[in-house]
Design a binder for this molecule. Sequence first.
Ligand code: ATP
Ligand code: MG
Ligand code: ZN
Ligand code: MG
Length: 474
Amino acid sequence: MELDKMDENEWRYHGEGNKSLVVSHVQLSIVLRLLKYPAEDSENPPQTVEQAFRQVQNIVDFSSNVMSCLLGEKFVHSGEVVKLPLEFVRQLSIKVQHQRPAWRCDKVMDIYSGCALCLPNLTSPTLHQPTHTPTLCIEIKPKCGFLPYSKHVSQDIKTKVCRFCMHQHYKVAMGTRKRRGRYCPLDLFSGNRQRMHFAIRQLIDEPQNNLKIFKGGRCIFSSMDGIEDSMDLNSLLHHLRPYFQYGNNRINSHMTSKALLTDFIQVVVNALLSAGGGDGGMGTDRRGEGRSFCEASLFNKERSPHGSQGSPSDSVLYRVRQTQMLDTLDIEGLYPLYRRVEQHLQDFPKERTRLQMDGPYNEAFLEKLHKCPSEDDGSLEYAVSKVHQYRVAMTAKDSQIMVALVPSCEEEEDDEGLPGQRQHRDFLSSRPPAFSYSVSILDLDPKPFDNIPRQLRLDQNIVSCYLRSSCALP
Ligand code: ATP
Ligand code: MG
Ligand code: ZN
Ligand code: MG
């Protein structure tokens, strides 16, 4: 990619979240992730070019120096900051505008700074591809996978029903969703195949903002609008069928839809439980055992009477959950510490830099995060350390897991793949055809310090709404 010869015709709309818009290159396996900001600000940008550059650089640093250490290097691709010609960015913004979902258009793409993040395209990584079958990729935003165990939790319900399930009630009450989804993160993180299968099945039925499926780098399945899921399961099945026709099925050519979906989910479950290559032991995630069920989950516990072991300690799910669990105090226990820091910053504004409240996210930041007294000694250092840990946990709770799959060819077991590629080859032990896969974690932006009070309010609103609506239930 030559930065001085950028051509908008070589890029296409790929997707977007709340904070950024992503375009992918039509030939190379790369994407550009551009910042977005509220449409009201479209005339005058909310930050200077230098600030935008800092923001994108902070994202790279936070991902590579902090999140990557916690989640495992093999899963994290931090990318690099690029400075794009403004004319290219303007043309690009015009080009993609009509492809953007209407409900996302309350924000506009940043066309002033020219700053962007250049990342490998994780929906079409160059996996070992014996055939030219397009890569299948499933993106899951799993959300928080544990129940808070902090002594600061004031409402008992928070130790029984997970945050995601309570939030579903709140979204319906606020009119941001029509119906509650039945996905529960605790099922996905359980490490129990049946529960994981159930969780993914619920996501397929109602993807909301938590599931997207790509084929050949293009999104073929997602929630199309913010309010209601109007996805066509038949269309998904049609896309999946060629990957799962095997053995007798190939001859009989008609595998039932149920069997097809079961095979697909099984492959995804295998990839999520796998080591993803590299280090890691054989242990399982036993922390929080015994309280790993969410009372709101519709999974029938009798189907799995022996509880769940947790996911293997070298799996992506384990790493994500472990990082989420750096939120040890819950927002209720964290808030007074936030206030302690905030008070100090009001008295000594220059301390904001020394305490690295807005970065830089370097080794010193990681050290502050790790070097935390085990008990609250009333110090500023304790509070800062806990606030940093909480923000890291927030990032992990908001990230997405990407599983890219291509059918593998069993004869070529000795192939090492291309050098420098974080690729994890394995023949999944599934009954259907084996897949080569690669697992990554994305969207690892730092969450602002100043967002913490909003988190407390949201938590209170969600819990009180849940208590009200669950009292009203039969
Ligand atoms: P959120 O609202 O979840 O915070 P965001 O605005 O931070 O989202 P991302 O989640 O990073 O944005 O990106 C938006 C979408 O773009 C993702 O859901 C994913 O589908 C796609 N995407 C982002 N990065 C990549 C990548 N490296 N490769 C392929 N697709 C990507
Ligand atoms: Mg995202
Ligand atoms: Zn739940
Ligand atoms: Mg994000």
